[in-house]
Design a protein around this ligand. Structure first.
Ligand SMILES: Cc1cc2nc3c(=O)[nH]c(=O)nc-3n(C[C@H](O)[C@H](O)[C@H](O)COP(=O)(O)OP(=O)(O)OC[C@H]3O[C@@H](n4cnc5c(N)ncnc54)[C@H](O)[C@@H]3O)c2cc1C
Length: 307
């Protein structure tokens, strides 16, 4: 016998994602006495990071600790959290049907996508073991720890140039590795030279070091350049296809687009927060956007209930 829509478990809000964005939204919505479910596939963008930096009051704590505290503080408000992947979403008659891995279906009035991003890193032998320890992508997250050290930057074209110049804020000793002909416009080459950033165009064979700590960048001819940290330009993709399934507008540059204030997407009733809508990609920004979305969601529910 098939389940009718009326029989399906009904929430005010289902939040997909339990990183800083999803947990922050859940906290505000729980305090608004909303019936909230948070679904978490437990794949967090900063899984590789040892410590999280730059989050007021949590600077230097492991990212998992922030999430542990976040979950703990939801308990008094009756927010439900399930470690489960959402596999499908459908908008229908001013509500949304959410299908969980395993086939269970739920219904909610508003949806929040806090599904984050996935980083596609350059395929350099040795990089994966060092990522999050001495290879990083974000100077704001890990630049301080590499300050005054010999820093390498891996990147091509204008993004490589920009990242190399950026790193001069943290160290005087910056080398740009283009891993092949850099073919830089004259103005870029001159700017790098002016700021004493050497460009190494040799093909890279591997990164070498111990216990995840970079010691040298080794070229295919066997020569090497000693470095203590490497910053790379990672390509970021959406953490899930759910926004596209709902026909929210998604662009490569800005991620899931917001249509108006308080993080509502181009589909009414669907909100987005955190890295999925690319802005400043920091955990504290994700948490702030989560709170903003929660505010927007609660206001929308009030509009409907108190018309
Ligand atoms: C290596 C590294 C180090 C970093 N260091 C720092 C730092 O020091 N300081 C800082 O401020 N920022 C740092 N960042 C950035 C920070 O990790 C992100 O800005 C932050 O995690 C974004 O939070 P979020 O909630 O948007 O996404 P995430 O934390 O990535 O959470 C995404 C959530 O969505 C869930 N999800 C996705 N799809 C589904 C689905 N279909 N069903 C159910 N759940 C789903 C995931 O399981 C997860 O719970 C770092 C990032 C990386 C990669």
């Amino acid at each position: 016998m098939s389940t009718s829509r009326e029989d399906l478990l009904r929430y005010d809000v289902i939040i997909v994602g339990a990183g800083p964005a999803g947990l922050s939204a859940a906290l505000i919505l729980g305090r608004c006495r909303r019936r909230v479910l948070v679904c978490d596939s437990r794949r967090y963008r900063n899984d590789a990071a040892q410590l999280m930096h730059g989050f007021l009051s949590r600077d230097g704590v492991p990212p998992a600790e922030l999430r542990r505290i976040g979950r703990e503080q939801l308990a008094p408000y009756g927010v439900e959290i399930r470690d489960v992947t959402v596999v499908d979403l459908r908008a229908e008659r001013r509500q949304f049907e959410v299908t969980l891995e395993g086939g269970e279906r739920l219904v909610c009035r508003k949806l929040l996508l806090a599904t984050g991003l996935v980083d596609r890193l350059p395929e350099l032998p040795g990089l994966a073991e060092m990522y999050g320890k001495s290879v990083h992508h974000c100077p704001y997250c890990d630049g301080w720890e590499a300050r005054d050290q010999p820093i390498g930057v891996y990147g091509q074209g204008c993004t490589g140039v920009a990242l190399a110049l950026n790193m001069k804020t943290w160290s005087r000793d910056v080398v740009l590795f283009s891993d092949g002909p850099a073919s830089l416009p004259e103005a870029d080459a001159a700017r790098l030279a002016r700021h004493e950033i050497a460009v190494r165009e040799e093909r890279i064979a591997r990164l070498e070091g111990k216990d995840g700590m970079l010691e040298r960048v080794v070229f295919t001819d066997g020569s090497a350049v000693a470095r203590r940290a490497l910053f790379v330009k990672a390509r970021q993709e959406q953490g899930s296809e759910l926004a596209r399934k709902l026909r929210c507008e998604v662009t490569e540059e800005r991620g899931v687009e917001t249509a108006d204030k308080h993080e509502e997407t181009t589909v009414e009733g669907v909100f987005v927060a955190g890295d999925a809508s690319k802005d400043v990609l920091l955990a504290i920004m994700a948490a702030a956007e989560g709170a903003d979305a929660a505010f927007g969601i609660n206001c929308a529910l009030q509009e409907e209930d108190l018309a």
